[in-house]
Design a protein around this ligand. Structure first.
Ligand SMILES: [Zn+2]
Length: 79
């Protein structure tokens, strides 16, 4: 059973994941967690959107950045 404190580790994983820098076994573990944890999956979604935005040469990613920010802030406030 995963407990909430595991989310801290997954947060870092998600960041590595969006950089495309994650071994398959870890990716699988992360994917399983995202299935169960709406909070982390929202963070992953937001971060993916932001990275995609930046990679596409977007000059106004404020919406995506705000979503990521909100997730991080919520995460920190629940500690
Ligand atoms: Zn989580």
């Amino acid at each position: 059973m995963k407990t909430e404190k595991d989310c801290a580790a997954f947060f870092e994983m998600i960041s590595d994941w969006t950089d495309g820098d994650l071994p398959a076994s870890v990716k699988e573990e992360l994917r399983k967690h995202l299935d169960q944890c709406s909070f982390c999956s929202r963070y992953a979604e937001s971060l993916t959107a932001l990275k995609k935005c930046l990679a596409g040469g977007c000059v106004d990613c404020s919406d995506a950045a705000a979503a990521v920010d909100e997730c991080v802030r919520k995460f920190l406030s629940e500690k």
